[in-house]
Design a protein around this ligand. Structure first.
Ligand SMILES: NC(=O)c1ccc[n+]([C@@H]2O[C@H](COP(=O)([O-])OP(=O)(O)OC[C@H]3O[C@@H](n4cnc5c(N)ncnc54)[C@H](OP(=O)(O)O)[C@@H]3O)[C@@H](O)[C@H]2O)c1
Length: 301
């Protein structure tokens, strides 16, 4: 426990929250460090947000982590942070839209760490626009990143997992794949594609010991939802008001560390019989929508 506290002192805010979350979710910090000891884990899109927290959490749990993203400075920062905390991770610059780069990244991680056990295919972008205003290039970019990027990742990961005799692939879809809202034609369709991909891939590789599934996060506090440049206090106030208006289950926005904890759980042997499905982690967002009554109308109890 003492060492876990020491590590939290070294890690920054969000990273410390990830480690704290792990400590809270298992019996002892010693178990945390052993949970993925010796495992090789790939994370796509770990320069910020959910991927970053997941890379940190896997490393804190003993895994050797290879991760990618395009923003090199941030990638090197995440790598430094993990190593300073006593973990093992390597950043590779790779764009998931480019097949050669995805293959070089995946093969590079396997070469560096001697194989592959778990992949978290998480890289993604968002686009909010009514369908007729989406340019063909914008449409292509969303699909190439969110859907084709996951296809390419799985394609190049599978040979390594087959060689290892099995493994786990978790992909990031979205709660908006299950229920959408206006202005989300490109994003929702790309995330629906991820849900379809994991179902089909689970059937291709289940008999070979590879589980494939998606995690569907609800609205989570990352740069994907936080307006750029907004002051911290204003964002905190917005977040506080947003929760009860939008999430009828747990009335708040999700945190990236909470999604990371769920990814680790799904990748663990605790979920050894789970494959070919999508797991909503959305605080109850999609369980029910707020029903707003016209002014002056009170429905019967
Ligand atoms: N936040 C939410 O409310 C929410 C809800 C449901 C699902 N999601 C999904 O969660 C995933 C992570 O998003 P986030 O919320 O954590 O936002 P984020 O901080 O923007 O993370 C997105 C990550 O994807 C990477 N990425 C984007 N395009 C890439 C490309 N072409 N090649 C390689 N990496 C790329 C980004 O790195 P670079 O920019 O450095 O390349 C970044 O590391 C996404 O798939 C998103 O759709 C988010």
């Amino acid at each position: 426990m003492g060492e876990a506290v020491g590590r939290r002192a070294v890690l920054g805010g969000a990273a410390a929250a990830g480690v704290a979350m792990l400590a809270a979710n298992t019996a002892t910090a010693g178990e945390d460090r052993r949970r993925f000891a010796g495992k090789v884990v790939i994370v796509t899109g770990a320069t910020s947000g959910i991927g970053r927290e997941t890379a940190i959490a896997f490393a804190a749990a003993g895994a050797k982590v290879g991760f990618c993203g395009r923003r090199e400075e941030l990638g090197r920062g995440v790598e430094r942070e993990i190593r300073r905390a006593g973990g093992e991770a390597t950043y590779f610059r790779a764009d998931v839209r480019v097949p050669e780069q995805v293959q070089a990244f995946v093969d590079g991680v396997a070469r560096r760490y001697g194989g592959l056990d778990i992949a978290f295919n998480n890289a993604g972008i968002h686009l909010g626009k009514p369908l007729h205003e989406i340019s063909v290039d914008e449409w292509e970019d969303v699909q190439r990143t969110n859907a084709r990027g996951v296809f390419l990742s799985i394609k190049y990961e599978v040979p390594h997992l087959l060689k290892a005799g099995g493994g786990v692939i978790v992909c990031t879809a979205s709660a908006q794949a299950d229920q959408t809202r206006p202005g989300h034609a490109a994003y929702t369709s790309s995330k629906r594609a991820v849900q379809g991909l994991v179902r089909a891939a689970a059937l291709d590789y289940g008999a070979k010991g590879i589980r494939v599934l998606s995690i569907d996060p609800g609205t989570t506090d990352t740069r994907l939802v936080r307006p750029p440049g907004i002051p911290d206090d204003l964002w905190a106030r917005f977040k506080k008001a947003w929760g009860p208006l939008n999430v009828h289950g747990l009335p708040r926005m999700g945190e990236a560390g909470e999604i990371a904890s769920a990814v680790l759980a799904l990748a663990s042997s605790d979920f050894g019989y789970l494959t070919g499905t999508s797991v909503l982690v959305d605080g109850g967002l999609n369980a029910g929508r707020p029903m707003v009554m016209p002014p002056g109308f009170t429905p019967p109890a």
